[in-house]
Design a binder for this molecule. Structure first.
Ligand SMILES: Nc1ncnc2c1ncn2[C@@H]1O[C@H](COP(=O)(O)OP(=O)(O)OP(=O)(O)O)[C@@H](O)[C@H]1O
Length: 300
């Protein structure tokens, strides 16, 4: 898929419904290692898109190029109507939540959430209003004076989300935010986070290697393998019409007969063997406040 990059700068004009994120031919090579190769993608306003694939497929490199922490070898990145390819992270209008929370240990919860706002020059009273609004949203207002070490993993990750959202970013970047949490907490935090993200309506790019998570949460999924895009589609499309053996294998461990996923194939989800008609997002539909039509019910 190739995109025309020229109309990104029209995002503020009346004629567009320009994407919030546009990647055009994005590549990253480390010598002979191809981390990401020729990735093009548009993410619409309010969309929740997952980068999904096995370890080493280039998900994190892609997210970090979008955030501005890694310089692409080739290609361009547009965010909210601006070519940001050459801009530093703090000028990109993104908020990021990392796998390991990345909170400042010497600061209180409120100070952590306020930190980015201070850097942006938001004045004190506005800063305090936004900090408490965000902490109320993640239900941690009562812990605003605690330091991160006195919080559980789930609470720390909610602080990290509050910190990212306090910046009111055009694009929220989530780098495996649930992977350090135990299974039960993971599901609970996932529900909380997706409810908040949906309420705010912020456009989100989410990195995960967890098929079930991607199927349950996403409007669209980008399946990657060895730096390349294998398929982009809604959870329903990816699950029911995998475009390659790799996608079929990776998404559902379905049985492949004669090169196609056979109708009789069964998929394994949480140790259960499910027939094709019971796609896994249905298992999460209630938990993740989703409809049963696939992922987030498709806002696009
Ligand atoms: N600084 C680097 N130097 C050389 N190779 C790198 C570097 N960073 C990443 N790579 C390689 O680029 C490829 C993509 O890495 P990346 O971290 O993006 O994968 P990933 O899909 O996020 O994997 P994981 O799920 O394990 O985090 C891998 O083969 C990795 O070894």
């Amino acid at each position: 898929m190739k995109v025309n990059f020229e109309d990104v700068s029209d995002a503020g004009s009346a004629k567009q419904a320009a994407p919030i994120l546009r990647l055009d031919g994005l590549s990253k090579h480390y010598g002979d290692v191809i981390a990401v190769e020729d990735l093009s993608l548009d993410v619409a306003d309010g969309e929740f898109v997952s980068l999904l694939g096995p370890s080493g497929c280039g998900k994190t490199t892609t997210l970090r190029m979008v955030a501005g922490f890694i310089k692409p070898t080739a290609g361009r990145i547009g965010i909210a109507g601006k070519d940001v390819t050459a801009l530093p992270p703090y000028k990109r209008d993104t908020g990021m939540v990392f796998q390991n929370y990345a909170l400042f240990p010497h600061m209180t919860v409120a100070e952590n959430v306020a930190f980015g706002l201070e850097n942006l020059g938001v004045e004190r009273s506005e800063r305090m209003t936004r900090v408490h609004e965000m902490l109320r949203m993640v239900e941690l207002d009562h812990l605003s004076d605690r330091r991160p070490a006195a919080l559980s993993g789930g609470q720390q990750q909610r602080v990290a989300l509050a910190r990212a959202l306090a910046l009111q970013p055009a694009l929220l970047l989530l780098d495996e935010p649930f992977s350090n949490l135990d299974a039960q907490l993971r599901v609970r935090l996932r529900e909380d986070m997706t409810r908040i993200i949906e309420r705010i309506g912020v456009t989100t790019l989410f990195v995960t290697h967890d098929q079930e998570e991607a199927l349950a949460l996403s409007d669209r999924i980008v399946v990657m393998s060895t730096g390349r895009v294998e398929q982009i589609g809604s959870p329903g499309e990816i699950y029911e019409r995998p475009s390659s053996r790799f996608v079929a294998d990776f998404i559902g461990q379905c049985t492949i007969l004669d090169g196609t996923c056979a109708d009789a194939a069964f998929r394994s989800v949480n140790g259960l063997r499910l027939p094709f008609e019971a796609p896994p997002w249905r298992l999460f539909a209630g938990a993740a406040s989703r409809t049963c039509t696939g992922g987030r019910g498709g806002r696009s």
